[in-house]
Design a protein around this ligand. Structure first.
Ligand code: GTP
Length: 382
């Protein structure tokens, strides 16, 4: 009879054995309402025949999921009860529920491993609606790293194209994607979702042609547009390494291409990421064999300081010792104001010039890249 999952230790699972070939773990992430759950359902349908996905729901707060989950966090933790018992709000409740689930990570990993042995080639994991609950929480990191050191693991970032039509929102979404890519250090595929509502061609244009994004940006006169423009230049390298695919989780359009891109991402895991996670595993194994080092000089590690500030009255306002002063109360001479205005103007002009030269340098670099490519192509032709 198979060993009971309760007695399994994660360390024993992930450290002593190497990374397995299956199942491939697919983490589905995305902003609230981007369509993760609908996307997961469609992905399962399309992958059923070939990859027989094992399905996991990690969103403790969802009412219903439109697919049959093999593992559902709601069976392990009652999110409403957690909120009530620990007197938490909805977000605190979700974080705590996920933390509680993570204490069962070893058992969860064992279930995934056994699913692989039973012929499930993929394991699709739907994550909580509030993306930061997973991406920036300790439990999210433990689950992601735990899986990536045991199975080939990739991330699919679901992005709502209709909501990203405004350049500033698009940039925010991309910045978020970028931060997740660097945090998880796993193959990353962006599913441009809801193409039944809006074609995703504009996203492709903005990612490959900086000038097209600048043009779209020019129509927007918001305070953050300068920042967005600068960011678009910085994200250029990120876009170059990004895999994207337009899909509609509602109609199923684009899922054939998506499956092909998932397989490319799995290859990428094998070649570029597996060695990194394998090294990590070896380091942990070595560490666990030597055991934790006892602290030699505990008393030299620091001195205790009282927590928090004492709620005493602020010091009396005397002379220069201004504790906190509202701008309207600070006496200012008219001369000073004029000088400050001139300084601000000069600063603004310098910023504009800097920005212009930054853009110019970038365009020149892009042009020389294009020229080089054309030259190479010309040489390659007989
Ligand atoms: N038109 C259209 N609607 C979609 C598509 N994908 C999802 N939706 C709709 O978008 C809404 C949100 O979808 P969900 O799948 O619940 O999104 P989610 O990211 O899981 O949501 P949370 O977990 O609550 O953050 C629902 O009304 C879906 O029907 C799509 O491709 N096209």
């Amino acid at each position: 009879m198979a060993e009971g999952v309760e007695s399994i230790k994660l360390e024993a699972l992930s450290l002593s054995e190497g990374i397995r070939e299956s199942p491939v773990c697919i983490l589905v992430l995305g902003m609230a309402g981007s369509g993760k759950t609908t996307f997961t359902q469609k992905l399962i349908q399309h992958a059923q025949e070939k990859f027989n996905p094992y399905v996991v729901n990690l969103d403790p707060a969802c009412r219903e999921v439109p697919y049959a989950a093999h593992v559902d966090i709601r069976d392990t933790v009652n999110y409403r009860e957690v909120m009530k018992q620990y007197q938490l709000g909805p977000n605190g409740g979700i974080v705590t529920a996920l933390n509680m689930f993570t204490t069962k990570m070893a058992q969860f990993a064992e279930l995934v491993r056994r699913a692989g042995e039973r012929g499930h080639k993929w394991c699709v994991i739907d994550t909580p609606g509030q993306i930061e609950v997973f991406t920036w929480s300790a439990s999210g990191s433990i689950i992601t790293e735990g899986l990536a050191t045991m199975f080939p693991t990739i991330v699919i970032y679901v992005m709502d194209v209709e909501r990203s039509a405004c350049p500033t929102t698009f940039m925010s979404n991309m910045l978020y994607a970028c931060s997740i890519l660097y945090k998880t250090r796993l193959p990353f595929l962006v599913a441009l979702n809801k193409i039944d509502l809006k074609d995703c061609g504009f996203v492709m244009d903005w990612m490959t042609d900086f000038e097209a994004f600048q043009e779209a940006q020019e129509e927007e006169h918001s305070f953050v547009s300068n920042l967005t423009r600068t960011m678009s230049l910085t994200l250029d390298t990120f876009y170059e390494n990004l895999r994207t695919c337009g899909v509609s989780a509602k109609t199923g359009v684009g899922f054939a291409q998506l499956l092909a891109k998932i397989l490319e991402s799995v290859d990428e895991y094998e070649t570029d990421f597996k060695p990194v996670y394998e090294k990590k595993r070896q380091e942990r194994l070595a560490q666990s064999e030597t055991g934790p080092k006892p602290l030699d000089h505990v008393e030299e590690d620091g001195v205790a300081v009282p927590l928090g500030l004492s709620l005493q009255d602020p010091p009396m306002l005397t002379g220069n010792s201004i504790f906190l002063m509202a701008p309207s109360l600070v006496p200012q001479s008219v001369e000073n104001e004029d000088e400050e205005e001139m300084e601000e103007d000069a600063k603004g002009t310098a910023e504009d010039q800097n920005f212009h030269s930054f853009v110019q340098n970038h365009l020149t670099a892009q042009q020389s890249k294009r020229d080089k490519l054309q030259q190479e192509q010309g040489q390659a032709q007989p």
